[in-house]
Design a protein around this ligand. Structure first.
Ligand code: ATP
Length: 580
């Protein structure tokens, strides 16, 4: 097939703003395309060589493209650059320059264009720039003027015809599926594979019947299922038919993991291949995923290496990088919380109800601290949902994902089968507080043999009690950690001190004595901590989220001088008022 046919279609599409017209022009193009070329034609029409997830970009800087145009047309580089400065579009500059010397008949084929651009895109190493330039210049030398316009735009990433994925799908349905009734099946195939060229080739060769047989493919990312959002537990349960599977909504990065034996690939929420960013996750999959061929989804979250506590999304962000990856993985360890299975050892699970997918996922994973299923609970009562929500917040999560247990996996769709239950607000806790140590937890990992976290309490002078508000494992230097046993020793005791009110059971109990300065992100309701119990809601206390030791031991304060519970309640109330 001649590339000129594509160039003429592009020119026609450029002349219109009507989506119907665009679809019609694309449909004409597809009709004229031999089956063997259809995938390449679809990719090229989108300014690409392969589906996005392959991550292969032609990506030539405009400056290099100027050089290629100069080489191909025999015009000085400065002249090309000057014209570009005047006209603003290197495509039309190349077109005009080629018009002066082009042969009359277009000779380039789609195959040749794709092959040459592919060579340019894959050039690597020290001679990459030269190879790239040579491949493009050679192509331009053989191009008719109109072809030159679009080739230049393609290599510089500026093709942008305005015909998006959905328009291409419309045209494919029209040409090969017999009309718009086929649109649903075409889109389904696309949602399952994220690969327009693949879908085009299937339907071109085998019609709708072949298209309907497409199921998930290991190695082709599935467009993610998305959630609606509500803030009220009653409403959520009502939408989901009175009951749901509620899961912790982790605050990290969504990963779609594809495994084919020893090959593990990871895709981001936007379906970019990011396997190299997470060598730790790849390793976890090798060691703990029992299925040899699998597509699963999960959230990767930064964790404190010593306490295992979840860290905020911001702390995961430095993991998005191209260099010094191993170092970042060491500095910011992660845990993976799996929440869906779309394919396991030969079984496409996307049409199975969620409860069954989850059960299959559970069987497929050997759980560890670093890789396990998202914490979940079956809930049918709004109170229980609210309580679980607070537990999630307390654990460092963003809220809950409430899922219809009978819901299928609706790839690429946002709908009411999943509902996110998040708070509408978030507020900083600006002031540090002084809290009393009432217990300690043994450390794990690097902190084995030392304390991993301390149970901290505020003081309630009315009842003369110390009520817990957080478990704090962050902010301690190595020196602090080494010194803790000595500091805590005078206060250690067998059971809880009678003045301490705690629903948590630490490994070691302490009498109130040692006061530390703590900062946190905010105050939340909590079913775990006892400060202000029943005050704002029955069965809930108040807690400090993401607590961190500031490094200041308040040896100048006795336990009764610690921040009063009433003050923490006031901070919580202030936030409520601000968000009302
Ligand atoms: P969206 O992804 O819905 O367009 P968004 O980017 O604002 O919107 P969120 O509001 O944070 O995302 O909610 C959806 C995201 O929550 C998912 O894409 C996923 O990354 C994350 N998530 C965390 N835990 C879960 C879970 N248990 N089940 C599903 N998704 C979860």
């Amino acid at each position: 097939m001649k590339y000129q046919v594509l160039a003429e279609t592009y020119a026609a599409i450029e002349r219109t703003t009507s989506r119907l017209q665009m679809t019609a022009r694309l449909a004409d193009l597809f009709r004229a395309t031999p089956k063997a070329d259809i995938a390449r034609v679809v990719y090229l029409t989108q300014g690409k060589l392969y589906p996005d997830f392959e991550g292969i970009e032609i990506g030539v800087a405009e400056k290099s493209a100027v050089r290629a145009v100069a080489q191909a047309t025999g015009v000085k580089e400065e002249v090309v650059a000057r014209r570009l400065g005047r006209e603003g579009d290197l495509g039309t500059v190349a077109e005009a320059l080629r018009a002066n010397r082009a042969r009359t008949r277009p000779v380039l084929t789609v195959d040749q264009v794709h092959e040459a651009l592919d060579r340019a895109a894959h050039a690597s190493g020290s001679g990459a720039q030269t190879t790239r330039l040579a491949a493009i210049a050679a192509l331009l030398k053989r191009a008719a003027p109109l072809e030159a316009r679009y080739l230049v735009r393609t290599v510089t990433g500026k093709l942008r015809l305005g015909a998006g994925d959905m328009t291409v799908l419309d045209a494919l349905a029209d040409v090969y599926g017999g009309g718009r009734e086929a649109r649903h099946d075409v889109e389904r195939a696309y949602n399952l594979t994220s690969d327009l060229g693949f879908v085009a080739e299937r339907i071109a060769r085998g019609g709708l019947a072949a298209l309907r047989k497409i199921s998930v493919v290991v190695g082709k990312p599935i467009r993610p299922m998305l959630a609606e959002r509500l803030g009220d537990p009653h409403e959520i349960l009502q939408k989901l038919g009175g009951r749901c599977i509620a899961e912790f909504k982790y605050d990290g990065e969504r990963l779609q993991i594809h495994r084919q034996g020893t090959d593990v690939q990871i895709y981001s929420r936007r379906l970019e291949r990011i396997s190299t960013q997470y060598p730790d996750v790849v390793d976890l999959v090798h060691r703990h995923l029992r299925a040899r061929r699998a597509i699963i989804e999960g959230e990767v979250v930064a964790v404190d290496p010593d306490s295992g506590d979840l860290r905020s999304f911001q702390e995961l962000m430095p993991r998005r990088r191209k260099y010094r990856i191993a170092e970042a993985a060491r500095e910011i360890p992660t845990a993976l919380f799996a929440f869906d299975a779309l394919y396991l050892d030969g079984r496409d699970l996307t049409r199975e109800p969620y409860a069954r997918r989850r059960a299959a996922l559970q069987r497929a994973i050997t759980p560890t601290d670093r890789f396990r299923l998202a914490t979940s609970r079956e809930v049918s009562d709004p109170e229980a949902l609210q309580e679980f929500f607070e537990e999630a917040i307390q654990e460092g999560c963003e809220g809950l994902m409430c899922k219809a247990s009978g819901g299928i996996y609706r790839a690429g769709a946002r709908g009411w089968l999943w509902i996110k239950f998040k708070r509408e607000y978030r507020s900083e806790m600006s002031e540090p507080v002084d809290l009393v140590v009432v217990g300690a937890f043994h450390g794990r990992g690097r902190r084995a043999g030392a304390y991993g976290a301390l149970l901290m309490a505020a003081y309630d002078p009315q009842g003369d009690r110390f009520s817990t508000v957080c478990k704090c494992g962050s902010g301690f230097s190595d020196k602090d950690l080494a010194g803790l046993p000595r500091r805590l020793k005078p206060y250690m005791r067998k059971g809880p001190d009678p003045r301490v009110s705690s629903r948590l059971k630490p490994d070691v109990w302490c009498s109130p004595g040692l006061v530390l300065e703590i900062v946190g992100a905010e105050i939340t309701l909590s079913p775990v901590h006892t400060a202000g119990w029943d005050r704002f809601r029955k069965g809930s206390g108040l807690a400090i989220r993401f607590p961190r030791f500031t490094g200041r031991y308040r040896d100048d304060k006795g336990p009764e001088d610690a921040t009063p519970v009433a003050e923490i309640a006031a901070m919580y109330r202030r936030r409520l008022r601000r968000t009302a």
